[in-house]
Design a protein around this ligand. Structure first.
Ligand SMILES: [Zn+2]
Ligand SMILES: [Zn+2]
Length: 248
């Protein structure tokens, strides 16, 4: 059945070095429910290490959690990669790990990267440097995500850094993406006015939260469920599905 769900499909847990320590599964779930969100996605930088804990933390609450990760391309473009299952996200994460440089994370410079359980209890520290670019192109990430059973959406495309439009300057022809993500700093009307050439792309607006207060209830997705195929249908306005963005 078609229904509208408030969705914030881009957020970071304590596995992202830039995220606050409050970004643990039970507090993220609590904040999502307090905000009236129906659907969130967990998207740490270049790793799916905490997706299983997030999915488990939301179990029985009615909140849908889409497992994902935010992958950085060799052009330093960020893409949110979303999957139906934690296994799919982890398999893509394992592939991504093989395309990261071998460096170790410098906690003093970037912050710590914590793997936690569903209660938010510390399990271990990820030592690899996650906040960096892979050696994969934007096209390779889009194709690889699809081959792994998911969908890739260019992240915060209105931003001056780590964005498809800023770093490449355009959406490559034939790039198989269902839509684009705009940040909290842009409204749909502003973005549409600035990019008439991108009118055919659906938009979602996500919080890209690194702290609880940054989670965002601006995107309503009308769909028959929370599978990634339903998100794609909504972004493409197919079969009665669609996306409605609030400006504030
Ligand atoms: Zn990003
Ligand atoms: Zn992000």
């Amino acid at each position: 059945m078609l229904r509208a769900r408030w969705a914030d499909l881009h957020l970071h847990t304590v596995l992202s070095p830039c995220a606050e320590v409050e970004m643990i599964p039970p507090l993220i779930v609590r904040q999502a429910l307090a905000l009236g969100l129906d659907w969130i996605a967990v998207t740490d930088h270049n790793s799916a290490g905490n997706v299983r804990a997030m999915v488990a933390a939301a179990e029985g609450t009615g909140l849908a959690v889409t497992p994902g990760l935010e992958v950085e391309s060799r052009e330093e473009v960020h893409l949110v990669c979303l999957f139906d299952t934690a296994e799919q996200a982890e398999a893509w994460g394992a592939l991504i790990a093989a395309h990261l440089p071998p460096g170790r994370n410098d906690e003093r410079f970037f912050g710590a990267q914590y793997l936690v359980d569903a209660q938010g209890e510390y399990l271990r520290t990820e030592e690899r440097l996650l906040l960096t670019s892979t050696d994969l192109t934007v096209e390779e990430i889009v194709q690889g995500t699809a081959a792994a059973g998911g969908v890739a959406i260019p992240a915060h495309v209105d931003r001056p850094n780590n964005s498809l439009l800023a770093n490449l300057g355009f959406v490559p022809q034939g790039l198989d993406i269902p839509g684009l993500e705009i940040s909290r700093w842009a409204t749909e009307s502003e973005f549409r006015a600035a990019h008439p050439d991108l009118a055919s792309h659906g938009l979602i607006s996500s919080g890209d939260a690194h702290r609880l207060s940054e989670m965002l209830r601006r995107t309503a997705i009308v769909s028959r469920g929370t599978a990634v195929t339903e998100l794609v249908r909504a972004l493409r306005d197919e079969g009665g599905c669609g996306v409605v963005l609030r400006d504030t």
